[in-house]
Design a protein around this ligand. Structure first.
Ligand SMILES: Cc1cc2nc3c(=O)[nH]c(=O)nc-3n(C[C@H](O)[C@H](O)[C@H](O)COP(=O)(O)OP(=O)(O)OC[C@H]3O[C@@H](n4cnc5c(N)ncnc54)[C@H](O)[C@@H]3O)c2cc1C
Length: 464
């Protein structure tokens, strides 16, 4: 071990116990990684990256002591939750100390439709606890059984529930984010409203979240439904119309082009050869009506099971969002993915994109609320729902991949930058606000250095 880390190790060992430190072996490798390996572009960049040590504080006071020691030693600090991010968000580019927050997993309260909790609690646990008092998560990633609240706020976007509530940054879902600063004597800084949204999705570059307040939704009981047909357009028309119908309360609406359903091995007996598939999670009281409408449109309902309460598998959501990509890569290792947002002209965009790259793109769609205040009830606006998705791409070369992305953009499809570990910049104002927050909470630039590319202070830049 580098001598600097020998002394940091001795100090941290005295503060939180050697049993809560990891310095070598497979555990160090695992705790230095996430799911960046989905990306053929990120693999060569991030494969060599390792933490020098991993610390697992068990309380906010232990976290404070760890941060203080790291600050004094001038080492890089990277927060980590469940390590399920897709773009190397928690991979320590410059080594240093990874702070695994998974032992900070207390739920303080679920009151008035708001959960207040530590960052290391898993989202699946929050759902179970919330449901016991009549609430549910507004949105959660398909990795909810492993992903943490802090990791979702630090690196996630949305997911299940998004068709009703939008993503994590949507409306007032984030109530507050409380950060610990990286200073000699770390301070606690509580942010709310617009300020909290600045701290959201900053890839662990703006201090360590120690407490989060997130708004919940009144709970519903859901059925998990899957429909099949060889007719792609009929399936798309029906799924799209069902999703935009405000009187049907939904938690997921997804659609998969054949052969994607064939990659879902655990669903084998429900999948039909050469048939496309769509999933809906709907309020159980509406299931019969939904199934009948699908039958009238010529679709076959191949799967109908309740989402159990408390949540227990099977979960159709295990095949949605970036789980779809995971199942595909198990069968076709050459597959990778793009994150795409279509306009309301999505039918033409998809057809034109695929026509330009025959056999290279498989369509996977996820519907989501653009305006959650207008998606519900008899007066819902159809335009309040948008069509996005995670199309699969048979990767050939970086040049071909970039050509395919450029063609999508030319067709008006917005493509997320999921093949870079740098924090995407959304606007000049937002970047300025993030820089200001980082200056306040991380004066030495120690916090997940290298991820906020435009930030001028990176003391480790030369050690890339
Ligand atoms: C199969 C699969 C499916 C997925 N589906 C979805 C999906 O549906 N929706 C979606 O949004 N994402 C999805 N993801 C990505 C990922 O699972 C989620 O974003 C998840 O919320 C990340 O949580 P985590 O605890 O694993 O975070 P991590 O990967 O551990 O961390 C994510 C980021 O947050 C930072 N961070 C973690 N804890 C803290 C803290 N306490 N303070 C400050 N920063 C912190 C880290 O530094 C890192 O930058 C998927 C990934 C996979 C592999």
């Amino acid at each position: 071990m580098n001598p600097v880390f020998g002394s940091v190790h001795a100090q941290l060992s005295a503060l939180i116990g050697a049993e809560n430190l990891v310095t070598e072996g497979d555990s160090l490798d695992t705790l230095s990684k996430d799911y960046y390996w989905y990306s053929p572009l990120l693999r060569p960049q991030l494969d060599p990256k390792r933490a020098d040590l991993v610390a697992r504080p068990g309380s906010v006071e232990e976290l404070r002591a760890v941060i203080s020691a790291c600050f004094a030693a001038g080492v890089a600090v990277t927060p980590r939750g469940g390590g399920t991010g897709n773009y190397g968000q928690c991979v320590p580019i410059h080594g240093g100390v990874v702070i695994d927050v998974s032992r900070l997993d207390r739920i303080h309260s679920v009151e008035g439709g708001v959960v207040r909790a530590e960052p290391g609690v898993r989202l699946g646990t929050i759902e179970t606890v919330a449901r016991a008092s009549g609430w549910e998560l507004r949105c959660y990633p398909s990795t909810w059984m492993k992903a943490t609240l802090g990791g979702f706020f630090g690196g996630g976007a949305g997911g299940i529930g998004g068709v009703r509530w939008g993503g994590i940054a949507s409306i007032d879902t984030v109530q507050s984010i409380t950060l610990m600063t990286l200073e000699a004597e770390p301070r606690i800084l509580r942010t709310t409203g617009a300020e909290a949204r600045v701290a959201l999705r900053t890839f662990g570059t703006t201090g360590v979240m120690v407490e989060i307040e997130m708004r919940l939704a009144p709970k519903l009981d859901y059925d998990q439904l899957a429909f099949c047909t060889p007719n792609w357009s009929a399936l798309l028309d029906w799924t799209d119309a069902a999703t935009r119908r405000g009187t049907w309360r939904k938690r997921v609406a997804s659609q998969f082009e054949w052969p994607i359903p064939s990659y879902f091995k655990p669903l084998k007996k429900h999948v039909r050869e050469n048939e496309h598939m769509s999933f809906l999670l709907v309020d159980r009281v509406q299931t019969d009506e939904v199934v009948q409408s699908a039958a009238e449109a010529g679709l076959t309902c191949v799967y109908r099971r309740p989402l159990l309460d408390p949540p227990k598998p099977p979960f159709l959501s295990d095949f949605t969002f970036n789980h779809t990509t995971l199942w595909a890569m198990k069968t076709e290792p050459a597959i990778t993915y793009l994150q795409a947002g279509f306009t309301q002209d999505f039918r033409r965009q998809m057809a034109a994109w695929q026509a330009k790259f025959p056999g290279e793109i498989l369509i996977h769609l996820e519907w989501g609320a653009i305006d959650p205040l207008r998606v519900d009830g008899p007066d819902a606006s159809p335009d309040a729902i948008g069509v996005g998705g995670i199309p699969l791409v048979f990767y050939q070369s970086e040049a071909r991949f970039r050509e395919l992305i450029a063609a999508g953009v030319e067709l008006g499809i917005s493509i997320g930058n999921t093949h870079s570990y740098h924090l995407p910049e959304v606007s000049v104002e937002n970047t300025a606000a993030r820089h200001a927050l980082k200056r306040e909470v991380d004066p030495r630039g120690l916090c997940n250095p290298g991820k906020m590319k435009s930030y001028p202070i990176n003391p480790f830049a030369a050690t890339k």
